[in-house]
Ligand binder design. Structure first.
Ligand code: PGA
Length: 226
């Protein structure tokens, strides 16, 4: 089981250090911390597995505001999230740019958590499988690639996919690519066990509930029991 904590734009270096000083996950679960760029160094110093939240496809160049895979490697970062729905929604990320970011990161030796998932409108129109086929289809096949299935309507909304619906989408994704698939979208200590016990759910990408040490620890414990 893999539990990835996506801190989004929360926790600068001081709060990151305080959190990681207190955080003692149980044995038997892989935990990845994904803090903002400015907190990466402090997080790496804690000895934990650390992923960035995004990565550019070029090694260097005139790309204001971007960070390359080589730069993350130099810092001791293990990998990166790519294609998060907030990047797609607010920053013009597309399937194509997501794939380019994934390819560059994997080529540099980083792990990748690539996010896919349908919007509420797409689900209601019956387009979920078509959307997933398109989003997964552009990604490179690679041992270092993990998919995070995050239905957009369940992110930060408190609306969690039912365990059955989540299992259905995970099983479908596994017909497209042979890799681990994490679930993301309002995972909390009280729903983690049920979601994580589904046969094709290999872990979780946790946003809001990963910002609190006790809550993230409880989710890690649920992962072990599942
Ligand atoms: P959430 O976020 O757990 O706050 O819904 C998940 C994510 O965006 O990765």
């Amino acid at each position: 089981m893999l539990i990835a904590a996506n801190w989004k734009m929360y926790k600068g270096p001081r709060e990151t250090r305080e959190f990681l000083d207190r955080f003692e996950p149980p044995d038997g679960v892989d935990v990845v911390i994904c803090p903002p760029y400015t907190s990466l160094r402090v997080a790496v110093e804690s000895g934990r597995a650390v992923y960035a939240q995004n990565v550019h496809w070029e090694t260097e160049g005139a790309y204001t505001g971007e960070v390359s895979a080589a730069m993350l490697v130099e810092l001791g970062v293990w990998g990166s999230i790519v294609g998060h729905s907030e990047r797609r929604q607010y920053f013009g990320e597309t399937d194509e740019t997501t794939a380019r970011r994934a390819e560059a990161a994997l080529a540099a030796g980083l792990g990748v958590i690539a996010c896919v998932g349908e919007t509420e409108q797409e689900r209601e129109a019956g387009d979920t499988e078509e959307v997933l086929r398109r989003q997964v289809g552009v990604l490179p096949e690679h041992d270092g690639l993990v998919i995070a299935y995050e239905p957009v309507w369940a992110i930060g909304t408190g609306k969690t996919a039912t365990a059955g619906l989540c299992q259905e989408s995970h099983a479908f994704i596994k017909t497209l690519v042979d890799t681990r698939v994490l679930y993301g979208g309002s995972v909390k200590p009280d729903n983690a066990a049920e979601l994580l016990s589904q046969p094709d759910v290999d872990g979780a990408l946790v946003g809001g509930a990963s910002l609190d040490v006790d809550s993230l620890t409880a989710i890690c414990r649920a992962a072990i029991r599942s």
